[in-house]
Design a protein around this ligand. Structure first.
Ligand code: XMP
Length: 497
């Protein structure tokens, strides 16, 4: 009988990032020729394959905006109330809305003093002047009021306003709007319908921001794309997020391969407009089973994360490159994108994850410690640091609304104080890294370089062409810098700690 010994001798060999390198191939591709567009869920494409972790020290609206501007995706964490999470989603959606729909207006019959007061209270420097039927008849700005100040505060708005208003229609593109604003030296352009009714306003500031981030990912209304996390059974949260216009909802669980979660995902899907990601899983069988819930994307990773202790505490997990490749083998046939979540330290790891079938990577520690990550900065020995903690850490499970607890199946039980919790994550700090934009630039620069070595000009080609070589620990130690004391910090390399 070899019932138990077979468990050892017949066990699968599994691998992770440091076990392989990508083999250089014949190439005519320069890094500058590479495009990084990818599918992150059934209905959403990104311009770079980077997604930020749904963690309370990584992603709130600021991070999500920063990533959307670069072409990636932020997943707002759920360690907050439903109302707060909805608010974070809204902040992203309204961050660079070209046409502001809720416009503060004034009637031509009101006084200049009233116009002045509204502008002061609302913090705007101009108001479209509209009739009772919402027809735009003028615009009044601080410039119009200034010469009248004091003397003619009781004058009617209609006497002080600019009558010749430059308006645009709803389908005017940004270039035309910008040209019009420059030619007419105006800061804002009212948007009007065919019957001249006011529908919104476009400001120069918003147009210029659009031009500054040409790679940004936007929805069909021109707003940034954003995702948000939701507990596996929290349909109320999912529906509230969907109503708020979130593009993608990520069911956030440490073990997505559970019958009740698959059932719940199926139900949730019926109640939301947004795409639905499900995770985390790490095996081929899990992929086959969760795909039955007709989800729009899969998150892969059990225990590879820098702050994870699942593999140590529970003894469970699958090294990440094996997990990603097993799931991708199944998911590709269904046309469902795979996100490799956790364990990435360098840009080369992003390339390796894509080489084995991932469509995008989810990163926590790489983006923790940036300007946009939530949390206070602290100083230690003259260096700046920011907090980074696992969602299964004691701090995350007892802080916020304790979302980490149900991620790690610890919601039941009478007395859930910290002595009754079994953490699967740790808390710490990471060095302050500056704006996320710079980190993403280096990460994508390394990926483009990798694709140049492979001869892949797209992520699809990376899936097809990239071959891997299996290396020994000696191969890995040869790969890192050696026999030198590093004197200057590099923006894309830090020694392993
Ligand atoms: P990195 O390596 O990018 O990993 O820092 C981030 C990912 O780790 C997962 N995560 C956890 N896993 N215990 C775990 O076992 C935790 O406390 C924990 N918190 C986050 C998550 O998938 C994240 O994206």
């Amino acid at each position: 009988m070899s019932k138990y010994t077979d468990k050892l001798t017949k066990a699968e060999d599994t691998f992770t990032f440091d076990d392989f390198l990508i083999k250089p191939g014949l190439s005519s591709i320069e890094p500058k020729d590479v495009t990084l567009g990818t599918k992150v869920s059934t209905n959403y494409n990104l311009n770079i394959p980077v997604v930020s972790s749904a963690m309370d020290t990584v992603t709130e609206s600021q991070m999500a905006v920063a990533l959307a501007r670069q072409g990636g995706l932020g997943v707002i964490h759920r360690n907050m109330t439903i109302e707060q999470e909805v608010q974070e989603v809204r902040k992203v959606k309204y961050a660079n809305e070209l046409t502001v729909k809720e416009v503060i207006t004034i009637s031509p019959d009101e006084t200049v003093a009233q116009a002045q007061e509204i502008m002061d209270i609302e913090g705007v420097s101009g108001l479209p002047v509209v009739t009772d039927e919402d027809i735009v008849v003028g615009i009044i700005s601080r410039r119009d009021i200034k010469p009248l100040r004091g003397k003619a505060a009781d004058k009617k708005v209609s006497e002080a306003m600019t009558h010749n208003v430059v308006t645009i229609s709803e389908d005017t593109d940004t270039e035309t709007a910008l040209d019009l604003a420059y030619e007419n030296k105006v800061e804002r352009l009212p948007v009007v319908s065919d019957d001249k009714k006011l529908v919104g306003i476009v400001t120069m500031k918003d147009i210029l921001e659009r031009k500054k981030y040409p790679n940004a990912v936007r929805d069909k209304n021109g707003r940034y794309i954003v995702a948000a996390a939701c507990g596996p059974f929290d349909t109320d949260r999912a529906m509230a997020l969907s109503d708020a216009g979130v593009d993608i909802i990520a069911i956030d669980s440490a073990h997505g391969h559970k019958t009740d979660i698959i059932k719940s995902a199926k139900e949730m899907n019926k109640n939301i407009e947004s795409d639905l990601l499900l995770g985390n899983i790490a095996t081929r069988k899990a992929a086959e089973d969760i795909l039955k819930a007709e989800i729009d994307g899969i998150k892969v990773g059990i225990g590879p994360g820098s702050i994870c202790t699942t593999r140590i505490v529970a003894g469970v997990g699958v090294p990440q490159l094996s997990a990603v490749s097993s799931v991708a083998d199944v998911a590709e046939d269904y046309g469902v994108p795979v996100i490799a979540d956790g364990g990435l330290r360098y840009s080369g790891d992003v390339a390796k994850a894509l080489a084995v079938g991932a469509n995008a990577v989810m990163v926590g520690s790489i983006l923790a410690g940036t300007t946009e990550s939530p949390g206070e900065m602290t100083i230690r020995n003259g260096r700046k640091y920011k907090q980074y903690r696992g969602m299964g850490s004691l701090g995350a499970m007892t802080g916020g609304v304790g979302a980490g607890k149900d991620r790690y199946f610890q919601t039941s039980g009478s007395n859930m104080n910290s002595t009754k919790l079994v953490p699967e994550g740790i808390e710490g700090v990471v060095p302050y890294k500056g704006p996320a934009e710079q980190i993403v630039f280096q990460l994508m620069g390394g990926l483009k370089s990798s694709m140049g070595y492979v001869g892949a000009k797209s992520i699809k080609e990376m899936h097809e062409k990239a071959e891997l070589v299996h290396i020994t620990p000696n191969g890995m130690s040869e790969s890192h810098p050696h026999d030198i004391t590093i004197t200057n910090e590099s923006p894309n390399y830090h020694p392993r700690s």
